[in-house]
Every structure is written in C-alpha cells, then in structure tokens.
Design a protein around this ligand. Structure first.
Ligand code: DQA
Length: 151
C-alpha cells in the first residue's frame, strides 16, 4: 500500500537558516526545523518528506512528480513567493491542500514582499510566527486528512 505523506518544500536560501540574517529569521537551522517536523509527524502518525532547492524548476518538478504520493504540501517558497507564477501554476494544478509558510511577517517588511503569487492557490498562509508556522501547518493538514477519511 502506498502511504501518503506531507511534503515540506523550502525554497532558495532557506538552506542557510541559522547563519542567514538571524535578526530576521532566528538561529534555528533548516535541519533543526526538519527534525522538529519529523518528531511532530511521528506524534501525529503521519509520514513526511523534505525538499529544499535554490532552483525554481526543481521545485516545480518536485510538485509535479509527487502528486500521487502526498496528502498535503507545506511550502515556504522564500523569494519565489514574490516572483514565481510558474510555482503558483504548479501548485494550482496539484489537487492536494497546500499551506504557505513564512518565518518572518512578509507584510511588515519591504513593499516587494507584500505580494504573494502563491497565496491565492493555497488554503491559507501563515506568516510571521517563526518556525512554529511549519508545525501549525502540519497539524492542520493532518486534521484535514482525518476529515476526508471520515466522510
Ligand atoms: C521568507 C520571506 C521571503 O520574503 C524571503 O525572500 C525568504 C524567507 C520567510 O520565511 O520569512 O527567503 O519566505
């Protein structure tokens, strides 16, 4: 049986978390975020897969190729949030619920960060809650999976 997973996608420069502008993004590394998500996934009895890329096309390929193996997507598209119609289109074509996460609050920062091309094709956006945003998103996607199963 194919056990469906949550796919966690992190976009460009998020591999540098920990060193990258810690006053904005904190000191937690991406590995540590993934560790916390793995622990939560275990508690929730779900599977999780992690993917990080600095390349727009690689993120699009991942979204396209995983459609049959996942029940939800958590995505922090990083700077592609504000530029990528292509990632937006890939998500729009993928039927699973998606939650957009940002560590910082994109609406209290520079004007160019206020626009998300991604938000309109997601079920919701979590922004400015630090790394906990990823954990909240995972809990929400798990609760949706239960609802679907109960129907
Ligand atoms: C970010 C916000 C983006 O504007 C920025 O380009 C990032 C990280 C966040 O998590 O706060 O790389 O997505």
């Amino acid at each position: 049986m194919n056990i469906k997973k949550i796919l966690v996608i992190n976009g460009p420069n998020l591999n540098m978390l920990g060193n990258r502008e810690p006053d904005i993004y904190g000191s937690t590394t991406l590995k540590e975020i993934e560790k916390r998500l793995s622990i939560l996934a275990k508690e929730l009895k779900i599977e999780v897969e992690f993917f990080q890329s600095n390349h727009e096309g690689a993120i699009i390929d991942k979204i396209q190729n995983s459609a049959n193996n996942i029940f939800g997507i958590i995505i922090n598209p990083a700077a592609f949030t504000h530029t990528s119609i292509a990632i937006r289109d890939a998500l729009a074509a993928n039927p699973v619920p998606t939650i957009e996460v940002h560590i910082s609050n994109i609406y209290t920062r520079e004007k160019f960060r206020h626009k998300s091309y991604i938000a309109e094709v997601t079920m919701g956006q979590i922004t400015g809650l630090g790394i906990e945003g990823y954990l909240f998103a995972m809990k929400k996607l798990k609760s949706l999976k239960i609802q679907k199963f109960q129907k």
